[in-house]
Ligand binder design. Structure first.
Ligand SMILES: Nc1ncnc2c1ncn2[C@@H]1O[C@H](COP(=O)(O)OP(=O)(O)OP(=O)(O)O)[C@@H](O)[C@H]1O
Length: 203
């Protein structure tokens, strides 16, 4: 579903990662690890088509990708259900019921998204993945603000997605309990003098 060959990515015009090769097939999860500033977000943005690779080859169908960024990206004046219905309509998905159930949002369905707590907003943001119908989930620190119960719900949602032939690539600093390969980005850091990940060095 995704294949990267000798991929290089950049941010702000400077190289961040170089020489990355990996594949992500149906039913697989790839967990990105690396210290702050090591390029996880930059790689995910590249996979999601938000920026071009610096070099190398990236084989993927952008129409298969759903990108979950740091920001929740909710419509604050719409209710929880209306937010999901909006995206369901955009992606041509018929029902929001499984999405509401997956992250335990039924009791919140008529609350405006702008009035939710940070963790509730994050649950709604993640539930949107279910109404995209997209097969490849590209997720940047998806569990930020989630409590333990919600992390478990999210992990079950991802596992269900994998079991039904989907795939996921996620940057996360915690153990989600989802079976997957780990890709440590540290060895692929581009040797640009301008970028040093947060491991004791700064400019
Ligand atoms: N908007 C930006 N403009 C220029 N450089 C940026 C920008 N955002 C990030 N960078 C730089 O790009 C490099 C990679 O950052 P990136 O956000 O991809 O790392 P990360 O591994 O996702 O970090 P974190 O764990 O802190 O989220 C860092 O050196 C960072 O300072």
């Amino acid at each position: 579903m995704i294949e990267a060959r000798d991929l290089g990515v950049s941010r702000g015009g400077l190289p961040v990662l170089t020489g990355l090769s990996f594949t992500l097939g149906a039913g697989e999860a790839l967990i990105l690890r690396g210290p702050n500033g090591s390029g996880k977000t930059t790689l995910l943005r590249t996979l999601a088509g938000l920026q071009p690779p610096l070099h190398g080859e990236l084989i993927c169908d952008l129409d298969e990708i759903a990108y979950g960024a740091h920001a929740d990206g909710l419509k604050p004046t719409l209710t929880v259900a209306e937010n999901l219905q909006f995206w369901a309509k955009v992606f041509g998905v018929v029902t929001i019921t499984p999405a509401l159930a997956a992250l335990d949002l039924q009791a919140l369905r008529d609350r405006p998204a702008g009035g939710l707590s940070a963790g509730q907003k994050r649950r709604l943001s993640l539930a949107r993945l279910m109404v995209t119908g997209r097969r490849v989930w590209v997720l940047d620190e998806p569990t930020v603000s989630l409590d333990g119960t919600s992390v478990a719900l999210f992990a079950a949602m991802v596992q269900g997605h994998l079991n039904s032939g989907g795939a996921a690539i996620m940057a996360t600093h915690i153990d989600l309990g989802v079976a997957g390969r780990v890709l440590d980005l540290a060895p692929f850091r581009a040797t640009s003098a301008a970028y040093v990940a947060d491991e004791g060095g700064f400019l």
